[in-house]
Ligand binder design. Structure first.
Ligand code: GRF
Length: 198
C-alpha cells in the first residue's frame, strides 16, 4: 500500500473524497492529513475518518525553507511515499517539489494552463469564457505548471457568479481527483476528461 499524505489548508472536501476512495483494492491508503492552518475544518473530518493528522503552521517559521523542512520532517516521520495537495494554499519552493517529483499531485480550479494562481472563478467570468473547470496535475517547480493529468469541464452560464461556479465545480473535483490518483498509481498517465458541460 502506498502511504499517501493529503495536504490541506481549509475545508478538506477533496481530501475526504480521496480518503474515502482509498479502500479495498485501491493501491494507496491515507496515512497523514497535514495542514498549515491549525483551524482548518478538514482536520476534524480527517480525525472522524481515523486518519492521523499534523499541523505545520507556516506562521511559526521565519522563512519558507524552515517551513518546508518541518513539512518534510512530518512526511518522513509518517513514512509517506506519495503526496496529494488538496486545497493546500502555500506556494512550495523547488527545493521541496524536487524531493517529491513524480510523487506529488495537485488540484487546481481552472482549465490549466489558464488561470494559474488565485481567484480562478472570477477571472474566468471576467474574461467572458464560456467554459471553466478543474485540473489535476503533476507538481513541478513551476506553480500550477506541471503536466495536466485530468480535467473536469463545466459551462459558464450567463448568471454565474464566482460562488455558483465554485459550487458547481466542487463535486466534479471530487470525482476527478480520485480517478486521476487511481490511474497514476496504476502507472497509467492517460489524461482523464470529465465533460459536464450543459
Ligand atoms: C478546491 O476548489 C481546490 O481546487 C482549490 O481549493 C479548493 C479546496 O476545497 N485549490 P477543499 O478544501 O478540498 O474543500
Amino acid at each position: 500500500m502506498t502511504r499517501t499524505a493529503l495536504l490541506i489548508s481549509g475545508g478538506g472536501s477533496n481530501m475526504v473524497a480521496l480518503a474515502r476512495d482509498m479502500t479495498g483494492d485501491h493501491p494507496a491508503r491515507p496515512a497523514l492529513v497535514l495542514s498549515n492552518v491549525p483551524q482548518a475544518g478538514g482536520l476534524l473530518k480527517a480525525s472522524a475518518l481515523r486518519i492521523p493528522t499534523a499541523v505545520v503552521d507556516h506562521r511559526d517559521y521565519a522563512d519558507r525553507a524552515g517551513f518546508e523542512a518541518a513539512l518534510q520532517a512530518e512526511l518522513e516521520a509518517a513514512r509517506i511515499e506519495f503526496v496529494c495537495l488538496a486545497g493546500f494554499m502555500r506556494i512550495l519552493t523547488p527545493a521541496f517539489t524536487d524531493q517529491w517529483r513524480g510523487r506529488m499531485l495537485n488540484i487546481h480550479p481552472s482549465l490549466l494552463p489558464k488561470y494559474k494562481g488565485l481567484h480562478t472563478h472570477a477571472r474566468a467570468i471576467e474574461a467572458g469564457d464560456t467554459e471553466h473547470g478543474a485540473s489535476v496535475h503533476a507538481v513541478t517547480s513551476e506553480l500550477d505548471g506541471g503536466p495536466v493529468l485530468g480535467q473536469a469541464r463545466i459551462t459558464i452560464r450567463p448568471d454565474d457568479t464566482p460562488q455558483t461556479l465554485a459550487a458547481r465545480l466542487l463535486p466534479l473535483e471530487h470525482r476527478l481527483y480520485p480517478a486521476v490518483l487511481r490511474q497514476i498509481l496504476a502507472g497509467d498517465g492517460t489524461r482523464i476528461e470529465i465533460d459536464a458541460r450543459d
